[in-house]
Ligand binder design. Sequence first.
Ligand code: FPP
Length: 233
Amino acid sequence: MQKLPKHIAIIMDGNGRWAEQKKLPRFKGHEEGARRVRAITEECADIGIKQLTLYALSTENMLKRPKIEKDFLMELLKLYLRKERGTFMKNGIIFKTIGRIWELPQDVQAEINKLKKTTSANRKMVLCLALNYSGRAEIVDAVNGILARAKTGKTAAKVTEKELSRYFYDPKMPEPDLLIRTGGELRISNFLLWQVAYTELWVTPTLWPDFTVGTLYEAMQEYSKRHRRFGGL
Ligand code: FPP
């Protein structure tokens, strides 16, 4: 492969459909989805990807799914954060999050903070989970951050792109080079709206629980053939 993306972002869609196709309850799809997260994370760390950002829970998921499914996703997330500590340490992965983390249940926040602390000295790759995340909310939260700071008289007189991005959930996050969406829908669904301005998009009908290392390579192969112009010629 001629060039590897440094930062891959993934909209992991299709867990529910995967389960329904197999006449299984939806939560089985999420469980299998969580297993795919581990496999893909390890492969990315192995081949030298610098950051993997996964859309695990949108704000809309949190608002619009039945309580029983939301509760299940919270339990699954807690289990993941506890169980995968070894995977993070073995592979040198730093754990980060984006989203309105402060609105999540206290026990989930505690697990998130613990894993962030444990993995903070790792160096190989960043795994960032978007949790209770919405791209519009991130921009609104950044604007409110600027307004709050303006009250202290410490902001610049004019807002620039660079200044605004300093108030995002992770100001150091590099923009994704490649955005993969599984499950076949041709939408961004409120993910990283600002950051994907020049990102290469790749959509596959494969449902997330069926997404393998092979599918990942297909996406990266396609990426390596694209010529990124960033608005130039
Ligand atoms: C989309 O499938 C997926 C989600 C809403 C949750 C994503 C969660 C996981 C992959 C597992 C948990 C992740 C971690 C990191 C523990 P969907 O339910 O929208 O599928 P559908 O479109 O077929 O209904």
